[in-house]
Design a protein around this ligand. Sequence first.
Ligand code: ADP
Ligand code: MG
Length: 346
Amino acid sequence: MRKRIVSAALALLLLTQAGCLRDSRPVEGTTFAMDTVMTLTLYGGWDRERTKEGRDWMMGRLVYFDQLLSAASETSDVARINRSNGQPVEVCELTARLLDQALALCELTGGALDITACPAVKAWGFTTGEHRIPSGEELAALAEKIDSSAVRLEGNMVTLPEGMEIDLGAVAKGYAGDQSRETAQSYGITSALIDLGQSTIVAVGGKPDGSPWRIGVVDPAQPEDYFAVVELEDMAMGTSGGYQRYFEADGVTYWHILDPETAAPARSGLSSVTVVAPSALTCDSLSTALFVMGLEEAAQFWREHPALEFEAIFVTEEGEIYRTAGLEGRFSLAEGYRDREVTVLE
Ligand code: ADP
Ligand code: MG
């Protein structure tokens, strides 16, 4: 009898060690923040209750980031900066850290990314949905006021010149993604997919079975389809595209990604840019910036900034597909798209 108990205990120990008793069901969560539905799929640690605590904390934080960073919410740090009339404003540590990184990225991208594009975004009606086409004169005046280098950040104090406004719409989801990954890891979650709306996704580890996560890349010409699949493991991915938010007038499509130089929708010949990188902030910010730059300049930026550790996939308005060389082995065309040509950028 005693022998049997010992061998049963030994078998149990071996099973546990092999991971066989680990709960294979994901802990899931859905929340609405930053104007989009966010979905968490978490595979634990040993303790399912702890994974659930991690999920609840993450969901709470996502809503909190939104309250902190949304230009639309009256009480957010961003709204307080925007009403400051040139006076210094104290913001919380999280906002200051994001601003610091975002301002550095604005500079690094030569202004293709510019967090002070807000008045132009508003003028086109993208914040309210009441779309309009500003006159050439109005656009020139708006473009004149877009200049992230005029934002001062000292510690947690932000000073923004009068007449300017900031909008973190191009970077906030990426930042939230990186913060969520940190939370997941601190709760012992080794495998997770953090989907912050269709355009920003963070993979923690690989799938529970050890294989990489397989994430579809939206076809900008047919946004209900995926034209490619990217394999991700401890990696983030972000897509910016003209198809995500736009309006049409007199047969012309006007989208929500603006060229800070003209204050008008960026017409660079691209219809979508997907960035794959360890940091979700890099993915979110660069997908917007590279969209503004256009293929040639974006490819050059990729060659010149290996330290950012990013790879990219471009789709032109003609439907041509380009990808950077570093995606070898991680990129494949989806079913129905296998005959499409893909140009590899070196
Ligand atoms: P999404 O929000 O759909 O993921 P992006 O990350 O590309 O898309 O961000 C686009 C948002 O960023 C716009 O809705 C606008 O608020 C803002 N924006 C537009 N153009 C720029 C730009 N050149 N630089 C910084 N922010 C921008
Ligand atoms: Mg972005």
